[in-house]
Design a binder for this molecule. Sequence first.
Ligand SMILES: [Zn+2]
Ligand SMILES: [Zn+2]
Length: 93
Amino acid sequence: MGHLVDFHCRYCRYEEKDVAVGHGRTAVPVLRLFSCPNCHSFGSCWVEEGQSPRCSFCYHDAVTLLADDTTMLACPKCGERAKVTQRSADTWE
Ligand SMILES: [Zn+2]
Ligand SMILES: [Zn+2]
């Protein structure tokens, strides 16, 4: 079962809300958080065994995967430390 995550950078005001992480009724595939160095965005993407994860915005295939429980992240747009809010009570499956 997965939960939702919000990203908010107070420096450049970039934000992404309701980003889903985790997995649904089956263990794979799994939604993982990423930051994309190509289009400078934060989001989540499906990760499948043996396949490289792709950015869900620009399909760049060399995104940086983040730990599911990340709470701080260098903002992909401005590089400042930004907050990742783990909304662990907001679950999906
Ligand atoms: Zn991208
Ligand atoms: Zn920023």
